[in-house]
Design a binder for this molecule. Structure first.
Ligand code: CP3
Length: 343
């Protein structure tokens, strides 16, 4: 089937569908016993990301079990810093740990030269998926947006207050801008190669966009995302792009108007009526069930899923969660939700 005929691409091209497509962020992951088994076989999480055979396998696991309309490449947003030479380690229970980059001088340790060699297995995974996926399923490639990737690169780990990266971004915007520029270039090249290998849609995850003040949100989230989208469309006209500026509240409206994306992924705090009235005329919306409702399941999950479908399903819409599936999610709740969404 051609990409333009697939449900996810049709929705991103502005079509209102009687049965909206669905997929779930982090649909491949620790809540699935088959994922835990494959991850065990791979050794570490990074070994899994860089093993095309096993990364293909875990990408397909949720599709086989639940029949989502889209598969998202199994990888991580921190492969770009890893590929540019920043030391990265994932520790059990701690998440990612990086050797921090905190000044313009530190940037000289990073280079785009080795990036594509290091991440070549990811492109190979995309090519395998393009060949193996059921014909009606859309393949989504992805990257982190520059601001979110920079938060991990500068803090050296996940952070609550982002004090160190904000000190740099607010105190020395020109210097910090050099890191963002480097990430814009790396991200364009990385996503271009994913599309060349067979990705049909790309999503940019800006998980920490909601940490920024209005001016900084414009400069460090919207502007870099617009530059990336523009450069990708030069090479791939018509490429559908989804942005996820998590937690930005009314900033979603500015993002929808200015970031140059087809789709905007909503976190679970965004009011549905507001999204319908203020965003859906501008872009396709994606979202936004609270992943905790997927842990709870039952009538609480079902009634909220139906409310989302009813309110946003009147316009261009992709059903998703407001953020990723959490590890304690019972797989049978995901199955029940998929049943409702398939109608
Ligand atoms: O199914 C999918 O959605 C595809 C795979 C995917 C992963 N990470 C796999 C992963 C995607 C799209 C991501 C994106 C990602 N990675 C983001 C943006 C989206 C979000 O969730 O906010 C961020 C911020 C990261 C960075 C990252 N990777 C963190 C903070 C962690 C540790 C926290 C955690 O959940 O363990 C990771 C590890 C990670 N990435 C895992 C998976 C399946 C868990 C690793 C494991 O198996 O132990």
């Amino acid at each position: 089937m051609r990409s333009e005929e697939k449900l996810l691409v049709r929705a991103l091209n502005g079509e209102t569908l009687s049965r909206p497509p669905f997929w779930m962020m982090r649909q491949a992951g620790r809540y699935l016993p088959e994922y835990r088994a494959t991850r065990q076989d791979a050794g570490s999480f990074l070994d899994l990301c860089y093993n095309p055979e096993l990364a293909t396998k875990v990408t397909l696991q949720p599709i086989e079990r639940f029949g989502m309309d889209a598969a998202i490449l199994f990888a991580d947003i921190l492969l770009i810093p890893d590929g540019m030479g920043q030391t990265l380690d994932y520790r059990e229970g701690e998440g990612p740990i990086l050797e921090p980059v905190r000044s313009v001088a530190d940037l000289s340790a990073l280079s785009l030269d080795g990036l594509h060699t290091r991440v070549a297995p990811v492109y190979e995974t995309v090519a395998r998926l393009a060949a193996e996926l059921p014909k009606e399923v859309t393949l989504i490639g992805f990257a982190g947006a520059p601001w979110t990737v920079a938060t991990y690169m500068v803090e050296g780990r996940g952070s609550r207050d982002h004090a160190i990266v904000k000190q740099w971004a607010y105190g020395d915007p020109d210097g910090f801008g050099q890191l963002i520029d480097l990430l814009v270039t790396a991200t364009v090249e990385y996503l271009d190669k994913q599309v060349e290998a067979g990705a049909e849609v790309v999503q940019l995850f800006d998980t920490w966009a909601g940490a920024l003040s209005e001016t900084a949100f414009q400069r460090w989230c919207i502007d870099p995302v617009r530059r990336i989208a523009g450069a990708l469309r030069q090479k791939h006209p018509g490429l559908p792009i989804i942005g996820f500026p998590r937690g930005v509240g009314a900033g979603y409206r500015t993002f929808a108007r200015q970031a140059g994306v087809n789709g905007v992924s909503l976190d679970w705090t965004v009011p549905l009526d507001w999204a319908r009235d203020e965003l859906q005329g501008e872009v396709t919306v994606q979202g936004n069930l609270d992943p905790r409702l997927l842990v709870v399941g039952g009538p609480a999950m079902e009634s909220e899923a139906r409310r989302i479908l009813e309110t946003l399903g009147q316009g261009p819409f992709i059903f998703n969660l407001g953020h990723g599936i959490v590890p304690e999610t019972p797989p049978e709740n995901v199955g029940r939700l998929a049943e409702i969404l398939r109608g």
